[in-house]
Design a protein around this ligand. Structure first.
Ligand code: C5J
Length: 229
């Protein structure tokens, strides 16, 4: 068993039953010209977490743990995009519209790809999700059950939207969840701080949070005895 120094108390996990879940680290949210920017956000805030995410992903791969990537992605005919989602607000480009990186939030478009720094490698799971939560209308639950996964370590964007929604969905399905504080970001720093606080409050009512250094230390990164307890 591996123990991570986390809040509100240590997070224990067994690598064989734990997946690293990376939420929506796709060009649409991280790079200029995508959905994040069409909503009026400063996307440079989000790209700052990329090096920390890369370090965790590299360590997790070396340890042999399961990796799951998600993308917020709609079918080209938008049949899985409710009008309530497409029509909400006043973005400069709506879901399905053609932007500088192809059609916004549409599967297969350049902007919908995971950023090169965190690109999936063969054998890793990639889940296209039409909603905010990774479990809504996706095969994620079945896949995790098949692999006997009970614990999820989360990274990705944005903290209070797709990350928090996915973590709450996971918590309700019985998973013990850890969110890596410096591997998640919001366009609104105050929302990130609040989301972290509300998830770990009341005895980890949604889950745990920890800096990525605590996970890396627990994994024994750089030492051969690393990982399986
Ligand atoms: C948003 C996400 N913010 N991945 N998506 O629309 O958080």
């Amino acid at each position: 068993m591996i123990h991570v120094q986390a809040q509100p108390f240590a997070y224990p996990f067994d690598l064989a039953h734990t997946a690293l879940v990376i939420i929506d680290m796709q060009r649409d949210f991280i790079e200029p010209g995508g959905f994040g920017q069409t909503l009026g956000n400063d996307v440079s805030l989000l790209s700052a977490i990329v090096p920390a995410c890369q370090a965790v992903l590299a360590a997790w791969r070396r340890a042999g743990g399961l990796v799951v990537h998600t993308r917020e992605a709609h079918r080209p005919d938008l049949s899985d995009c409710p009008p309530a989602k497409r029509d909400r607000g006043n973005p400069s480009l709506r879901i399905g519209d053609l932007g500088p990186m192809g059609r916004i939030l549409v599967a297969g478009e350049p902007g919908n790809q995971i950023i090169a720094e965190l690109a999936p490698v063969p054998g890793e799971v990639v889940i296209d999700k039409p909603g905010k939560g990774a479990f809504h209308a996706t095969p994620l639950q079945a896949l995790l059950q098949e692999q006997h996964i009970s614990h999820l370590v989360f990274m990705g964007v944005t903290t209070e939207v797709c990350v928090q929604t996915s973590m709450r969905e996971a918590n309700d399905r019985g998973y013990d969840c850890l969110l890596l504080e410096d591997c998640t970001e919001s366009y609104f720093p105050a929302f990130k701080a609040s989301a972290l606080e509300m998830m770990r409050a009341q005895g980890a009512i949604v889950g745990w949070t920890a800096p990525s250094a605590a996970l890396l230390q627990a994994l024994g990164v750089g030492t051969p005895q690393a990982v399986r307890g």
